[in-house]
Ligand binder design. Structure first.
Ligand code: ATP
Length: 223
């Protein structure tokens, strides 16, 4: 079943969302104030329209109310991003995702009721920083300001031990929710306490950032 998405602002972020959604077979309306952007995307998305989304009537004429999810990817022009989001909210759009340019912008977007505020440069920077700290930390996904999920390669300190021996929940307050097993390429969701860890296994761990950080320093980082 096709679901309808509108993407406002066709910079690198908005443009990449348009491409991915379209490749996944979604019906996308792409909107940008600049004609050259629309020309770039008109053969990629189902519909591409030149419009200034800070104008309420324009939004109404575009039938934006019919879209179940609108992504606002206007970056540098923070005023245009905030105004657009506010009007989408007033028009009753069910789900609004907005790209924030900085922390102040993010705060305002949350206040006016954006459902999901993303901060791609900051988030990617954090993920890469974690990856740089240790080659064992494969990925890092923020769940909230102080909770995350990390994907870590078990490494030598955990090799040959069971989960009960490692006692990760009691020692660090975080939970191993799944293990991608190196030997049989299986994903073991909710592993048992007697599961023996191989150093090449990948653990998916959820918890508070401060707990995950202690876990990483004491059990994951190479000696
Ligand atoms: P990225 O980092 O994703 O490349 P950016 O953060 O630099 O983008 P901009 O290039 O400033 O963001 O904005 C993204 C797009 O939004 C641009 O193509 C711009 O033309 C478009 N845009 C800006 N203002 C409006 C508006 N009022 N209505 C519609 N589109 C707009």
């Amino acid at each position: 079943m096709k679901r309808e998405f509108a993407v406002i602002g066709l910079g690198r972020f908005g443009g990449s969302i348009c491409r991915e959604l379209s490749e996944e077979g979604m019906d996308v309306l792409a909107i940008d104030i600049h004609e050259e952007k629309i020309n770039e995307y008109k053969n990629i998305v189902a519909h591409a329209v030149i419009a200034d989304t800070t104008d309420e009537n324009t939004l109404k004429e575009l039938g934006i109310r019919n879209f179940e999810h609108v992504i606002v990817a206007i970056g540098e022009n923070i005023q245009a991003s905030i105004l657009t989001t506010l009007m989408l909210k007033e028009l009753g759009i069910k789900k609004i995702t907005v790209k924030a340019q900085n922390d102040y912008h993010e705060k305002v977007l949350n206040k006016i009721g954006a459902d999901h505020v993303v901060h791609p440069e900051r988030d990617m920077g954090r993920r890469i920083a974690h990856n740089i700290i240790s080659t064992n930390i494969l990925d890092h996904l923020e769940l909230s300001d102080d909770h995350s999920i990390v994907e870590v390669k078990a490494g030598s300190r955990m090799h040959g031990k069971t989960l009960i021996e490692l006692d990760i929940r009691a020692q660090f307050g975080c939970n191993v929710v799944a293990i991608k097993q190196a030997n049989d390429k299986q994903i073991n969701v909710s592993p048992m306490a007697d599961q023996i860890i191989d150093q090449d296994d990948v653990l998916i761990v959820i918890g508070a950032d401060k707990d995950i950080s202690r876990f990483e320093k004491q059990l994951v980082l190479d000696e």
